[in-house]
Write a protein that binds this ligand. Structure first.
Ligand SMILES: Cc1cc2nc3c(=O)[nH]c(=O)nc-3n(C[C@H](O)[C@H](O)[C@H](O)COP(=O)(O)OP(=O)(O)OC[C@H]3O[C@@H](n4cnc5c(N)ncnc54)[C@H](O)[C@@H]3O)c2cc1C
Length: 400
């Protein structure tokens, strides 16, 4: 059988894309191929669970538009499907005088992105929102929320199956060959034929892209592990909702923060350290081939040269719980090392070009018989239905 569309990757982006395609064109034959024995095992199942508001992103960028549109679609989906979520609001806190201008820039950006109600708050108000938090200035973002994205992704998957789509677990895509307008997709469990391939393979998206389009040699996924601690149960009172630092504008990550999780508990993190394998959730997990490829990538060498200081700081905090605690104490001074227990990790797929640019925006590239989602880092979970809609529209114009 020849499928109309095969999607590689059963994370939240692949599933949202499948769902959007099916909603528009239930007559098309679609399949999702996932290499693991369950959906959403990687980035989607190991993230902070924040419904981002759109505060951080450059107005007009794909991140800004898809985050804001995706936010509203996600909230509606959760309401309709009865997936628990909460709009908690969050505070972003400057802890040093020199961060004040950056906080102001962030506020302006949020307002430009249409975040009505986002505002500077006094230190007294900060104490009302977060009684244990300290800082020299703060803003409050009422739109931010929390959800369990693993549950959201499973719900997308259930709907795809209800509507007649097919999901194949334990099917790792190994090779894609194009012959006379048909993609022959070789998997660990047999060959699939499809008119169009959509690559949503997250941490392996660059490799799957090269399987369907040998000319995509200008981007590489660099895996950055984000490690978390959890607050001990008896210390969870220290955080009411979400507390974020002012992010370093030169670094694509938000800095260690406190997040009340919808599934329970309070997480502190994530940091950002180079993972020694693409799915390297622990320091001890190393894949020499993958690590050698990362180190040999010219763009990575430039990133390493540019961010070595920040990178060493992150690495030091990864090995030293005391240093990690010290970073957290900037936001909540009374936190002690003994209040924190190990909280697991996630690995971010961050695309990097040859010249050392970490791709800031979402990146989607199409060719005659394939669409490749090449960069879908945070806030892609929040944005999933909007990114899915964008990719679906690109796909469906070929089937009109
Ligand atoms: C630590 C961390 C914190 C984050 N926090 C947030 C947050 O709070 N809010 C937010 O909006 N976003 C957050 N994000 C970002 C968000 O989780 C990701 O952007 C999103 O999950 C990406 O989804 P995806 O489907 O592209 O990737 P993934 O979820 O990684 O899915 C890709 C899938 O492709 C499969 N795959 C790969 N190769 C193959 C192959 N060859 N054959 C078949 N299948 C294959 C994988 O097994 C995987 O299931 C965070 C990410 C991390 C890592």
């Amino acid at each position: 059988m020849v499928y109309d569309i095969v999607i590689v990757g059963g994370g939240i982006v692949g599933l949202a894309t499948g769902l959007k395609i099916q909603n528009e064109r239930p007559d098309l034959k679609i399949a999702i191929l996932e290499k693991e024995d369950q959906l959403a095992k990687h980035q989607t199942g190991n993230n902070s669970g924040v419904i981002h508001s759109g505060l951080y992103y450059k107005p007009g960028s794909l991140k800004a538009t898809n985050c804001i549109n995706g936010y509203h679609e996600l909230v509606k989906f959760c309401e309709e499907e009865k997936i628990p979520f909460e709009i908690t609001g969050k505070v972003v806190v400057a802890t040093r005088e020199e961060q004040k201008p950056l906080l102001k820039t962030l506020l302006d950006r949020g307002l430009q992105n249409g975040l009505t109600g986002t505002r500077s708050i006094t230190l007294e108000e900060l104490k009302e929102y977060e009684p244990h938090c300290a800082g020299v200035a703060a803003i409050h973002v009422p739109q931010t929320g929390i959800v369990d994205y693993f549950q959201v992704a499973l719900a997308y998957g259930r709907k795809i199956i209800q509507k007649g789509g097919e999901i194949f677990l334990n099917h790792k895509v190994l090779e894609i060959n194009l012959k006379e307008g048909i993609n022959y997709i070789e998997t660990s469990k047999g060959t699939f034929e499809s008119k169009l391939v959509i690559n949503c393979a997250g941490l392996y998206s660059d490799l799957v892209a090269r399987m369907n389009d040998a000319s995509i040699t200008d981007v590489k996924i660099i895996p950055f592990r984000g490690e978390y601690y959890k607050l001990k149960k008896e210390k969870e009172y220290l955080v009411k909702n979400l507390i974020y630092p002012v992010p370093d504008p030169n670094f694509p990550f938000l800095g260690v923060h406190f997040t009340r999780m919808k599934k329970g508990g309070v997480e502190a993190g994530p940091n950002a350290v180079l993972a020694f394998r693409r799915e390297g959730y622990k320091k001890s997990q190393i894949n020499l081939g993958e690590l050698a490829e990362t180190l040999a990538w010219p763009g990575f060498q430039k990133v390493a040269a540019k961010y070595w200081k920040t990178g060493f700081g992150e690495l030091y905090r990864s090995f030293s719980k005391a240093a990690f605690t010290k970073a957290l104490q900037e936001l909540i001074p009374e936190i002690q090392e003994s209040d924190l227990v190990d909280g697991g990790a996630g690995v971010r797929a961050q695309a990097c070009d040859r010249t050392g640019g970490l791709l800031d925006d979402f990146a989607i590239r199409e060719s005659a018989f394939a669409i490749n989602v090449l960069n879908a880092p945070s806030p892609a979970a929040t944005s999933s239905l909007s990114i899915g809609g964008t990719v679906a529209a690109m796909a469906l114009k070929r089937f009109s």
